[in-house]
Write a protein that binds this ligand. Structure first.
Ligand SMILES: [Zn+2]
Length: 164
């Protein structure tokens, strides 16, 4: 099925975002329902090589954190509800966001059908809400916090019940 329209691929970004080379497009990604409590996620339709730029990001800078945001400074957040919003967390992610350039890069080879994942703690001091993780990676932390947060009471109870 061709995603081409007028010879161009269709951007995941809406028309009011000025079009830029490298913006994520429907030819490379699809938004799917995970069928579990993670909600919707973003699956690759393409093959990406380790180190390759997967997407050039665009969005809006805001002064507060939401589910759509990536932290870009101690007080500023980059909101991208069209691509970043759908990046699921993994403790062993296949993607990293390079904050200075606002580019998503492959941390390893990515195959079609794989969910695009980032480590939420890699960019954000605090997460909107700490949560249990069952990403299946050998280094899974089981409870996800921002990089400068302590595990909250709910997390301590969760880890105590689920340890070993
Ligand atoms: Zn995990």
């Amino acid at each position: 099925m061709s995603q081409e329209r007028n010879g161009r691929t269709t951007s995941l970004y809406p028309d009011f975002i000025p079009s830029e080379e490298g913006h994520p497009a429907t030819v490379d990604f699809e938004i799917v329902n995970t069928g579990d409590d993670r909600g919707r996620g973003l699956k690759s339709r393409a093959t990406f090589k380790r180190g390759e730029r997967v997407a050039k990001l665009s969005g809006i800078v805001v002064d507060h954190t939401t589910l759509d945001t990536i932290q870009i400074s101690p007080t500023l957040f980059f909101s991208d509800p069209w691509f970043c919003r759908f990046l699921l967390h993994s403790c062993d992610p296949n993607l990293a966001i390079d904050v200075p350039t606002l580019e998503a890069r492959a941390l390893r080879d990515i195959q079609p059908g794989e969910y695009m994942t980032i480590d939420y703690a890699a960019t954000d001091d605090k997460v909107t809400s700490q949560f249990a993780c069952d990403c299946g990676s050998p280094n899974c932390r089981a409870w996800v916090t921002g990089r400068s947060e302590r595990i909250n009471e709910e997390g301590r109870v969760y880890l105590e019940i689920n340890k070993g």
